[in-house]
Write a protein that binds this ligand. Sequence first.
Ligand SMILES: C[S@@+](CC[C@H](N)C(=O)[O-])C[C@H]1O[C@@H](n2cnc3c(N)ncnc32)[C@H](O)[C@@H]1O
Length: 303
Amino acid sequence: MQYFRYLPFFSLDSGLRRNDNKDREAVKNFYTALDRMPCNVTNQGMATESATNTIGVNPEGEWFGYKRTTPQKKTELVLDVFHSVARKYDLMNDLMSGGAHRLWKDRLIRMIRPRDTMKFLDVAGGTGDIAFRLHKATGGRAPITVCDINPSMLKVGEARAIDRGILHNLDWVEGNAEKLPFPDATFDVYTIAFGLRNVARIDNALKEACRVLKPGGRFFCLEFSHVDNPLLAKAYDAYSERVIPKIGKAVASDADSYQYLVESIRKFPRRANLGKRLVAAGFKGAKVSTLSFGIVAIHMAWK
Ligand SMILES: C[S@@+](CC[C@H](N)C(=O)[O-])C[C@H]1O[C@@H](n2cnc3c(N)ncnc32)[C@H](O)[C@@H]1O
């Protein structure tokens, strides 16, 4: 299918067989390249011009799109964005991505290979797209918890669940990805789709993800990423800068929230950077798969 260009995983961490020198060499080279990546960090360890390559703890908390902020303020501003867009969120997703978000989400579910014996947590689950897919894939038999910081998004999600007749095995919980309201080692699978970009303290959220997963549990993050091909990147940048805020204004009467969306994508860490931070949060075997020329990536890791 034209939409997709599925690049093979590349390993960020172990998952290596003993004595597999070739793989070890590849991983060593990867880390060397990562350490040489340009990284704008001031003396205080705060992000400067770009957070995308910054190696530090929670640098994204200093930015709301292109505007300087604090982690607390960013959380409030993100809450405002999703209060404002909640009712039109699903329609806007279809319009902005030409329906591609559905294919990206389907791809995520196929990678998870859900089983009805597994316990799922979908963080920043919003209006339930991932939870509904997991519910369907497990025949409604697996317990699924949707956790989101924003009650307006959860309200839309719960109404959608009722419309679909999904009343069992689906819980809606208000909570912050940075401090999840669940005990240690509760879930087999943690998902976060188009949510991590909005979290102020990403490294805290990754640690929390690791904490609530059972040993051997898996982490999946579906998120906008960065287009590598310079020509395509130019076209994609032009589309996101000129078209997306206009659709936001016309459909949701809210150009600012969609301007934030565009800016937050640019500020999101590069794939290799996020991979290293997954390892720092306690995960193993971190891998990434790019979809649609790098517009989107799926990060996966094991506890
Ligand atoms: C772009 S929506 C994604 C919704 C859904 N996962 C999907 O793929 O359609 C981002 C969601 O992240 C939630 N969010 C933002 N910051 C969060 C945080 N710190 N903890 C939990 N959820 C958060 C927002 O409320 C919003 O519902």
